[in-house]
Ligand binder design. Structure first.
Ligand SMILES: [Zn+2]
Length: 260
């Protein structure tokens, strides 16, 4: 699943591709996306200028000049692709936008699980999301306060999008490694000092992700993770072999030597 740095990279690219562009045609190419982009919705979108592209958590928001919003989520395998408008659509294209610069923009997804919905200016999308982890207004004190009622282990708790927006499986465990916190530690028991380290660790891990923002695929390392998918490899800090456990049905890698 794309993580926050990958979605941020996609948003930046989309922003560049759509700057001051007008949508001249729109066509859903798969029945899943045709359900949310019906003929009436298409008529509301075609002809509009794109005024900006923003991100909230792992959601992408395309803002139109009538105040409406297109809300996009990649889910597991979504991606943007661009081609000349008269060229063939790329493989797995699910939605095609034609822009007034002669280019076509495609939302592609081999599994067609990506979502795109239109929201009128009068009913903007409501996203039940916590603050962005990189928002400087977010303090360790605030995070500690929210974790006070969480009785579960910290790593799965970090995946709750209502707590922090956009933190996924990879960055939650990378943050625990940076903070030297065992991912099994009960969230409510973390002291303020440890929450401070955790937030700093999250920001360090995400900053590393932004620098190397390529799509992570198992077996293809474009991002130098500290623990994720490194079973048996020596810890970069203490050389203890990295261990894999399962938490809430998902893999967690950590170092038994230095994550206490
Ligand atoms: Zn270690």
């Amino acid at each position: 699943m794309p993580e926050l740095p990958e979605v941020e990279a996609a948003v930046r690219e989309l922003r560049r591709w759509t700057k001051q562009r007008r949508i001249v045609a729109l066509e859903p190419l798969h029945r899943a996306q045709a359900r949310t982009l019906g003929a009436a919705v298409q008529r509301r979108i075609v002809g509009r200028h794109i005024t900006g592209v923003t991100r909230r958590g792992k959601h992408q928001l395309i803002h139109l000049d009538d105040g409406a919003t297109l809300l996009v989520h990649f889910r597991l395998d979504g991606e943007w692709a661009r081609a000349a408008a008269n060229a063939a659509a790329p493989r797995h294209a699910r939605v095609a936008f034609e822009l007034d610069d002669g280019k076509a923009l495609y939302l592609t997804d081999p599994r067609a699980l990506c979502t795109i919905t239109w929201h009128a200016a009068s009913a903007p999308p409501t996203l039940a999301l916590g603050p962005e982890p990189e928002d400087p207004a977010l303090t360790p004190q605030m995070l500690r306060e929210w974790l006070r009622n969480k009785r579960g282990p910290i790593k799965p708790v970090l995946l709750d999008q209502r707590l922090l927006a956009g933190v996924g499986n990879i960055y939650a465990q990378e943050a625990c490694w940076h903070a030297q916190i065992n991912p099994k530690t009960i969230a409510s028991r973390l002291s303020l000092a440890r929450v401070e380290r955790l937030l700093a660790g999250l920001r360090t891990a995400l900053a590393d992700g932004h620098v190397n923002a390529g799509r992570y695929r198992t077996g293809v390392r474009t991002i130098p993770f500290k623990v994720y998918d490194r079973t048996g490899e020596p810890c970069a800090r203490c050389e203890t072999p990295i261990k894999r456990i399962t938490q809430a049905g998902r893999g967690t890698w950590y170092c038994r030597g230095c994550q206490k």
